[in-house]
Design a protein around this ligand. Structure first.
Ligand SMILES: *Cc1c(COP(=O)(O)O)cnc(C)c1O
Length: 438
């Protein structure tokens, strides 16, 4: 039996309607920006395997460091014990994180990094004896799939069955062009009430919302209001961190610095599951007390896993190399030129770019066509050897930094082909009629 068939007998895939989904594509090997399927076909990973991969697949330098760590110490309980990879990664990250960050709390993934941030913020106010209950978030935000993270995320179809179980959050408009004043007004109205513990935000780019972008200027204004009212600022840099926006962190574009930062995805270069929540001394100090009830009672079995931390250190080495920084600039420039070239095309509603992240929003000509369009575009890209996962009518590119100019050119060609499909210039069979997954 083929791997895909065996998979279908035992696996339940994420974000997948198992009844109607095409058979999964077995991947046997990765190298650079390419993933190789069982049938020998190569795919350009233009979405960095769900936004995690920074330096390409099976990177030999990261593999070497991970291998060495595995043979030295694979794991140790992180309460009462410590180890070099965790300490060194914290030391090095705190040096490059937005100013003021001074403590690092490890977990396993982006959602847990967000859970820890929310618990830090809420308990901070409790520990001070001035409990504040409310959290502010952007209306279309995405902060993860666990309950706390869902609560501060958009009330969307993804979370609908759980709405009654999610704590109440004050949502403000995303301050995209034209909505800035509205967002500021709404945030200010909540802020003055004095019961807001924290504002959590995806800085500059809302990923899952469809790579929705807004300016550092308006975020600075929002954060300034938070500052005036003592509201803690939680930057969810899970997607934007580690060079995605063209700077190391999206927060580097801002004057107002966050109190808490959430990291994951690129943290290990996409090699291992690892999350981290960092905070400034103001937060940390509120947990120091003779009274043990002020402790942050949170931890995961694999907190600060040494192998994951070793991957994090190796990825950081690569990220800070001049060659990688040059690649990041090259991708930024290349995206910029492509965006200019296509923005006027009739089937394209809008092209957005922030650093290495490029989003193309197609005009959805009819609402009924809309959901089908997503599957059509996805299949079209796979057929042409490129992995692009549309968010509805939005296609985005968030490549590993090692992607070559030629590979990036191929990705752009596929997007040009997609716009011909959308505009009707090019006929393309509906996904059910293609044989690509067989
Ligand atoms: C992906 C993502 C998360 C959740 O991370 P997981 O590791 O998938 O749990 C949280 N916040 C943002 C901004 C993300 O993009």
């Amino acid at each position: 039996m083929s791997l895909a068939h065996r998979d279908q007998n035992v696996i339940w895939h994420p974000y997948t309607q198992m009844k109607t989904a095409a058979r999964p594509i077995p991947i046997v090997r990765g190298e650079g920006a390419l993933l190789y399927a069982e049938d020998g076909k190569a795919y350009i990973d233009a979405v960095s395997s769900w936004w995690v991969n920074l330096h390409g697949h099976a990177h030999p330098y990261i593999a070497g460091k991970v291998g060495a760590q595995l043979q030295t110490l694979e794991h140790v309980i992180f309460a009462g014990f410590t180890h070099a990879p965790a300490v060194e990664l914290a030391e090095r990250l705190l040096q490059i994180l937005p100013s003021g960050q001074s403590r690092m709390f490890y977990s396993d993934n982006g959602s847990t990094a967000v859970e820890v941030a929310l618990k830090m913020a809420i308990q901070y106010w409790n520990n001070l004896g001035k409990p504040r209950k409310k959290i502010i978030a952007f209306r279309d935000s995405y902060h993860g799939d666990t309950f706390g993270a869902m609560a501060v995320s958009a009330r969307s179809a993804f979370t609908a069955p759980f709405w009654p179980y999610l704590f109440e959050v004050e949502f403000v408009e995303v301050p995209v062009s034209g909505k800035e004043e509205e967002a500021i007004r709404q945030l200010e109205a909540y802020a003055v009430r004095g019961d807001v513990a924290a504002f959590i935000y995806e800085p500059l780019v809302l990923g899952t919302a469809g790579m929705v972008m807004y300016t550092p200027e308006v975020l600075d204004k929002l954060l300034h209001i938070c500052r005036q009212h003592g509201i803690l600022a939680i930057a969810d840099e899970v997607m934007t961190g580690f060079g995605r926006t063209g700077r190391t962190f999206a927060s580097d574009f801002l004057h107002q610095k966050p109190d808490i930062v959430c990291l994951s995805k690129g943290l290990t270069g996409g090699t291992m599951a690892l999350g981290a929540t960092t905070c400034n001394e103001r937060i940390y100090a509120a947990f120091l007390d003779e009274d043990k009830s002020k402790t942050l009672f949170h931890g995961h079995s694999y907190t600060a896993n040494p192998v994951a931390c070793a991957a994090g250190l190796a990825s950081l080495d690569l990220l800070l190399q001049e060659e990688t920084q040059t690649s990041i600039s090259r991708i930024c420039n290349s995206h910029g030129a492509f965006a200019q070239r296509i923005s006027h095309l009739p089937s394209i509603q809008e092209v957005r770019q922030r650093g290495t992240i490029l989003a193309v929003e197609f005009r959805d000509t009819s609402a009924s066509y809309f959901s089908e369009l997503r599957d059509t575009l996805y299949s079209f890209a796979l057929d042409h050897g490129v992995i692009l996962r549309p968010l509805g009518n939005i296609i985005y590119v968030i490549p590993p930094y090692c992607i070559t100019a030629e590979q990036l050119g191929q990705v752009y060609q596929v997007i040009l082909g997609m716009q011909e499909v959308v505009s009707g210039e090019k006929a393309y069979p509906r996904p059910e009629q293609t044989m690509l997954h067989d």
